[in-house]
Write a protein that binds this ligand. Structure first.
Ligand code: MGD
Ligand code: MGD
Ligand code: SF4
Ligand code: MO
Length: 693
């Protein structure tokens, strides 16, 4: 590698901030500002700035590990790969292909996600593949598909936000989860637009808002319905737009009208005057947006909740028009692309459906297999993890740490331990990798090339900047070697560009069409927005803005979906009187597998905590920093109290980045949304107890 700066992108969240990497003589790599990338214009959060720390061999895996006499010991690559091939073959021979499971991640590049889906279906012949994106944005994806016929997180670039008249941010704490994006909202307000934040906590994001609504966790559906009721009652429906560009209004209107403002106030705790003020601020300007994130989506009614917010946008003519629309703030580095190319249980590349005969025929042809050989849709992420040790006997895991991040995590940990065989590819020895029979050390962002698709639907090229230490191989090499050992010698290239060329063909003509995108274009342009089909003689410019002429439904109209309020799966009662909600802090990422290995980040966010209101703290007799126990029907977690007026008195909050006694997911409820199969991370019933020391 040369000693010059390589322009590339951050390994972590869905902003995919641009950065330059320069190798230093001591083998480390330096991050510097890359001002030409419009999403972050050089700005980085602490995680992005310190990401090179995880490249250091001090914290990472540098050799394959195999279990021997109960402990993991270093081994050679051939032995480790042979063990995995044997483990998977034995399961397949004894219990059939569906007894082999595969679990992926939204942090994997498009090339890896594509290859993992192909590996499951072509090499293992299993239907049992899903990934952690199911825990992330599956409700927004389902809601977007129903209404617009297409799921792309944001239908417009972030740079459109400052040009809008009003933005409602529902359950996003982007000041902590995507800090450089805060700039767009600051500019919005400087331009005279308004920001409304809906969050049960007064977060750093809420502090920026013109209006902050603090609903009870799990009541966003009722809130959106109440707002739509007021829109109708106050004569603010855009009748012409509804007539010209939508279908299904009457049923959605009737459902919303049952949600009187006073009734909604009782459910949500948001006073009627605030509901009226929200409607006024949203409807007065020419243009307005609603953006949702995990707050309203990670609920057992997340899909209906997203539908309710979309209905509000449609009734007011705020979708498919410039500087207006509904969007979801996708989370993981490749949260968007990771859900498009086939690691999801029901899906084939290009966002095609696995149960669509034409889609099967197209992809089977690209893969050179018989369409009938492709398995059908499999289980969703939580259901797959819950079936480990019973129906699923062996698991190949790449890009997730479910022992920390899955709901009802103690149960999932037991399920994982009961497997006949577990193989994990990771860059560090995560808590889940520590349970494996074989662990393979793989290359990371700065050591490999690949594409990701950011929250705007912008496909980006992450470039290799340094060479990986000896003894480490890429995920693509691992899949190539395993395919070979399992009798499939062709079709699993190790060169990412070769994989991308195949992905282009597999996605051609599908909803997420990448066929007009090449590595060369990505290197020259600052990303290309899909859909980008191949066209004769002309270069397709990509599609930064969707739906301006028509929605992606057969008749071009958006669909209203009639929805009604329903309770969370586990309402508080006498025994468990408090609501627990969970989320993130700025200095840690996800299960913490990577960021807990960075000193600077650990100093900023050393461990879990329980955020609670002074009134609740007083009832417990707990002072700031005292350990408190949070107990749900699934388990007990203990962490220091963090007392703040910035949370509802009926709610406690825990970040989920840690393992051990403070693991938030010991408590969470795996109740699933019926459509998206998203677990209810954002609301469950608990009691809080003082811990005597
Ligand atoms: N620092 C950091 N940044 C990250 C990540 C990380 O782990 N750490 N992860 C990335 C990923 S994968 C994702 S998905 C995104 C997530 O990004 P966000 O969605 O912004 O993150 P969360 O903290 O999970 O949830 C956002 C807010 O929802 C609120 N909330 C809780 N319950 C409810 C509710 O019932 N209704 C409403 N309206 N709000 C509620 C919480 O108080 C919280 O402030 O962040 C990405 N960026
Ligand atoms: N209570 C609660 N739980 C939650 C959430 C919540 O809000 N509350 N949010 C949920 C959400 S939105 C998400 S996205 C999930 C995320 O939770 P996880 O799925 O656990 O995500 P990560 O911690 O990012 O795990 C990624 C793992 O893959 C490794 N890795 C990174 N890059 C690569 C690579 O290129 N190849 C391979 N093989 N490995 C790699 C990392 O080291 C790490 O061990 O958590 C969910 N869990
Ligand atoms: S905001 Fe996200 S993409 Fe940007 S530097 Fe931070 S973690 Fe990386
Ligand atoms: Mo996520």
């Amino acid at each position: 590698m040369q000693n010059t700066a390589t322009p590339t992108h951050c390994p972590y969240c869905a902003l995919q901030c641009g950065m330059n990497l320069t190798p230093a003589p001591d083998g480390t790599v330096e991050v510097s500002e890359r001002a030409d990338f419009p999403v972050n214009r050089g700005a980085l959060c602490g995680k992005g700035r310190t990401a090179p720390a995880v490249l250091s061999s001090r914290v990472r895996l540098t050799s394959p590990l195999v279990r021997s006499g109960g402990t993991l010991v270093p081994a050679g690559w051939d032995e480790a790969l042979d063990r995995i091939a044997e483990g998977l073959s034995r399961t397949r021979a004894e219990h059939g292909p569906d007894a082999c499971g595969v679990f992926g991640g939204g942090g994997l590049t498009n090339e890896k996600a594509y290859t993992l889906g192909k590996f499951a279906r072509v090499v293992l012949g299993t239907s049992q593949i899903d990934y952690n994106g199911r825990f992330c944005m599956s409700s927004a994806a389902a809601g977007g598909m129903k209404a617009f016929g297409l799921d792309r997180g944001l239908p417009f670039p972030l740079e459109d936000i400052p040009k809008s008249g009003c933005v409602i941010l529902v359950g996003s704490n982007l000041a902590e989860t995507m800090p450089p994006s805060l700039r767009f909202f600051t500019e919005l307000r400087e331009n005279g637009g308004t920001l409304i934040v809906i969050d049960p906590r007064r977060t750093k994001t809420a502090e920026q808002a013109d209006l902050h609504l603090m609903p009870r966790p799990g009541t966003d559906l009722a809130l959106a319905l109440g707002l739509l009721h007021l829109v109708v009652a106050e004569g603010l429906v855009d009748e012409e737009y509804v007539r010209e560009r939508t279908a299904g209004w009457e049923d959605a209107r009737a459902a919303a009208m049952a949600h009187w403002p006073e009734y909604v106030e009782r459910i949500t705790g948001v006073p009627v005057p605030q509901l009226r003020e929200t409607v006024r601020m949203f409807c007065e300007p020419e243009t307005a947006m609603v953006l949702t994130a995990r707050g309203p989506e990670q609920q057992s009614k997340g899909t209906d909740t997203v539908s309710a917010w979309i209905n509000l946008c449609l009734a007011t003519g705020r979708a498919g028009r410039p500087y207006s629309g509904y969007g979801c703030l996708t989370g993981q580095g490749n949260g968007q692309g990771g859900r498009e190319h086939g690691q999801k249980a029901d899906q084939l590349p290009g966002y095609r459906k696995l149960d669509d005969p034409a889609a099967r025929a197209h992809v089977a042809e690209v893969w050179g297999v018989d369409p009938d050989s492709l398995p059908g849709p499999g289980r969703s992420a939580y259901e797959l993890l819950d079936a480990l040790g019973t129906d699923i006997k062996s698991l190949l895991l790449m890009g997730s740490n479910p022992v920390v991040s899955a709901p009802h995590a103690a149960h999932i940990e037991e399920r994982i331990k009961s497997l006949d065989f577990l193989a994990v590819c990771d860059v560090v020895l995560s808590e889940t990798a520590a349970l494996a029979d074989v662990v393979l050390p793989v290359t990371q962002w700065a050591e490999e090339t690949g594409t990701t698709t950011n929250l705007e639907g912008r496909v980006l090229l992450r470039r290799q900047a340094i060479t990986a230490p000896d003894g480490i191989r890429s995920d693509l090499e691992v899949m190539h070697e395993l395919a070979d050992r399992l009798g499939v010698e062709k079709g699993f290239p190790t060169d990412p560009e070769e994989v991308f060329e195949e992905l282009r063909r597999a996605s051609a003509g599908g909803p997420a069409d990448y066929s007009g995108i090449t590595y060369r274009r990505l290197a020259e342009e600052n990303g290309v927005f899909w859909p980008c089909p191949t066209e004769d003689m002309v270069v397709h410019p990509g599609t930064p803005r969707l739906f301006l002429d028509r929605f992606a439904t057969p008749d071009g109209r958006a669909r209203f979906v009639p929805v009604s309020h329903r309770a969370i799966a586990e309402e508080p009662d006498e025994e468990y009187p408090v609501l627990l909600t969970t989320g993130r802090v700025v200095a840690q990422y996800q299960s913490g597998a990577q960021t807990r290995r960075v000193d600077e980040l650990n100093a900023a966010a050393p461990g879990p905590f329980v955020e609670l209101h002074p009134r609740l703290a007083e009832r417990l007799g707990a002072a700031e920093g005292d350990p408190v126990a949070v107990v749900s029907r699934r388990g007990r977690a203990v962490a220091p109290a963090r007392i703040t007026l910035g949370i509802r008195p009926d709610t406690v909050f825990m970040p989920f980045h840690w393992y051990g006694e403070g693991r938030a997911n010991t408590l969470t409820n795996p109740a699933l949304d019926p459509t998206s199969r998203m677990p209810e991370f954002k609301a469950c019933a608990v009691r809080v107890e003082a811990v005597k020391s």
